[in-house]
Design a protein around this ligand. Structure first.
Ligand SMILES: Cc1cc2nc3c(=O)[nH]c(=O)nc-3n(C[C@H](O)[C@H](O)[C@H](O)COP(=O)(O)OP(=O)(O)OC[C@H]3O[C@@H](n4cnc5c(N)ncnc54)[C@H](O)[C@@H]3O)c2cc1C
Length: 508
């Protein structure tokens, strides 16, 4: 367990520099232009309440997005689509799977429309299986059509619980399981759309210091690496796991290292892959996610020593090890798959064979992190700065985007009502409450799944296999027999039920 440091030393008073240096004012200063920060910039820019009409009196726009790295541009993805045939382009190794609600949110801010549709891959099936038994769960849209129980449940939900808007959103969320897209492609789309809306200034700068105000009405002053001082009504920490904003505002975070790295790369399969696969191995989960044509993305979570070995071995050996890990039969032949034997309904499908490694292999250390507060007076945290989870369910950014949608809704609503957007009591506390519930629910589910696939209990593989393994295989067999159980499990696990139904920037 670790606790991130809250700032302890006193910093020179930036306000006293006011006489020597001009301070520029803005409404919202977003620190960190990853997917979380750029999505917030784009969502706020989509509302009519952030127009900067009085350009003369204000040097900065009402929204400022800062990142010390150069943000990607769409030209790479567009050139590819025009000058290269689709099959010549190899997907980048960092890929993200987005839930139907994250896609709806990105569509509402005009970002998906900016991206190159050829390189966004929808998938309709997900198959979870394991090395320590034969039990598996296959989720897919066919579960919904096959079950009269699901149709009855949906009838009740639609007619007794949902209004028209909720019905539409629900229907949309059921049309597919999600889509995969390269991180930088999505980020490039976000940057381009934000620039097009022309309400946000994007600066390539690093935050070095923040003077946090002592009184409620004062505003924080942020110092950038070129000495620029910016005063904002609201500062957003979207600066990732080691958030400087979180530290400067004295917000503590706790968590622990999973003792695993996430190895990512792109591979080629001998036929197109249409299913999102996740296999739980004793050393950690391995995911094979569909991309366009015969490309798939790999996320292999395993102990750091193994990930180093997997990066050091030759490309051919790596492909062989990958195929082995995905294809070899379980070493407990009797455990699991009882429903298939009884119901004679085998929906298990092995992934296609991988025949080529197409990119470099990269490894990222994996950890759980939860910030103790998600907001305070004049500050809110989003994305990995607020919470970071294991990539096993591909939910990290999806949780983050739900948070961005909550916060953007709250800030736009406050603007509309003439409230102070940085006020914790009237504005930000609502965001904190909603996001806390959503994140805690999702994080506890991910931790539960991770623990239930643990390859060792008290350091022993035998105990894990004989007790946990049997229980898990029986439980999964039970879920697999029931379409309605799978359907509800999937709707809960993908966060389909928590995302906002309406977006403030779409209202007049
Ligand atoms: C292997 C792996 C696979 C994953 N797969 C999925 C998936 O399939 N689906 C999913 O939903 N999630 C997935 N995730 C999680 C997802 O990638 C992260 O949650 C997401 O990228 C976090 O985005 P962010 O914008 O919050 O932070 P970041 O991407 O970390 O961005 C932070 C930004 O802040 C900038 N910054 C930092 N400090 C400063 C400073 N002082 N001044 C200015 N700028 C600063 C950095 O340059 C950076 O651009 C995965 C994660 C891993 C590790």
């Amino acid at each position: 367990m670790f606790f991130s440091q809250a700032k302890s030393q006193t910093i020179p008073n930036l306000q006293s520099q006011q006489t020597q240096k001009e301070i520029q004012d803005t409404d919202v200063l977003i620190v960190g232009g990853g997917i979380a920060g750029a999505s917030l910039a784009c969502a706020l820019s989509s509302s009519q309440y952030f127009d900067t009409k009085d350009h003369s009196s204000q040097k900065l726009k009402k929204i400022v997005l800062l990142d010390h790295t150069k943000l990607p541009s769409m030209s790479a993805y567009r050139e590819d689509s025009q000058n290269l045939s689709k099959d010549k382009r190899i997907p980048e190794p960092r890929v993200i799977t987005l839930s139907p609600n994250s896609l709806r949110f990105l569509r509402s801010i005009g970002v998906l429309q900016k991206c190159n549709q050829k390189f966004i891959t929808e998938f309709h099936d997900m198959l979870v299986y394991e090395e320590m038994g034969n039990a598996y769960m296959r989720f897919g849209s066919q579960n919904r059509q096959q079950s009269s129980m699901i149709q009855f449940q949906e009838y009740l939900m639609k007619n007794l619980l949902f209004n028209e808007e909720q019905r539409q959103v629900f229907e949309e969320s059921q049309s597919h399981m999600g889509a995969s897209v390269e991180n930088n492609h999505l980020l490039a789309g976000l940057v381009e759309r934000t620039q097009e809306l022309n309400k946000c200034q994007i600066l390539q700068r690093k935050v070095v210091k923040i003077e946090v105000p002592k009184s409620q009405s004062e505003k924080p002053i942020v110092e950038l690496d070129d000495g620029t001082l910016i005063r904002a009504k609201l500062v957003i920490g979207s600066d990732g796991e080691k958030s400087k904003v979180r530290e400067e505002f004295g917000i503590r975070a706790s968590g622990y290292s999973y003792g695993q790295n996430g190895l990512v790369c792109t591979v080629r399969t001998i036929r197109p892959n249409t299913i999102a696969y996740q296999r739980f191995l004793r050393t950690g989960p391995l995911a094979l996610l569909p991309l366009w044509d015969n490309h798939s993305s790999i996320v292999w979570s395993c102990p750091p020593e193994l990930s180093k070995d997997l990066i050091d071995v030759s490309e051919d050996k790596f492909v062989e090890l990958l195929n082995q890990a995905l294809q070899k039969s379980s070493d407990h032949s009797l455990m699991g798959q009882i429903p298939d034997r009884v119901l004679k309904r085998n929906t298990f499908e092995l992934p296609p064979i991988i025949d080529k490694l197409e990119t470099k292999r990269f490894a990222f250390p994996l950890s759980l992190l939860q910030s103790e507060n998600l907001a305070a007076q004049r500050v809110a945290l989003i994305g990995d700065a607020a919470h970071r989870v294991h990539p096993l369910a591909g939910q990290g950014m999806n949780i983050g985007l739900t948070g961005v949608a909550y916060l953007a809704n709250q800030v736009v609503q406050a603007k509309k009502c003439g409230l102070d957007i940085g006020d914790y009591g009237n504005v930000l506390s609502d965001y904190e409450r909603k996001e806390n519930i959503n994140a805690k629910m999702m994080i506890s589910s991910i931790e539960f799944v991770k623990a239930s696939y643990s390859g060792r209990i008290y350091g022993s593989e035998r105990i894990a296999d004989s007790t946990l393994g049997v229980l898990r295989n029986v439980f999964i067999d039970l879920i697999q027999t029931s379409n309605i159980a799978k359907y509800n499990f999937m709707n809960y696990a993908s966060g389909n039920l928590n995302h906002p139904i309406t977006y403030e920037w779409q209202k007049n």
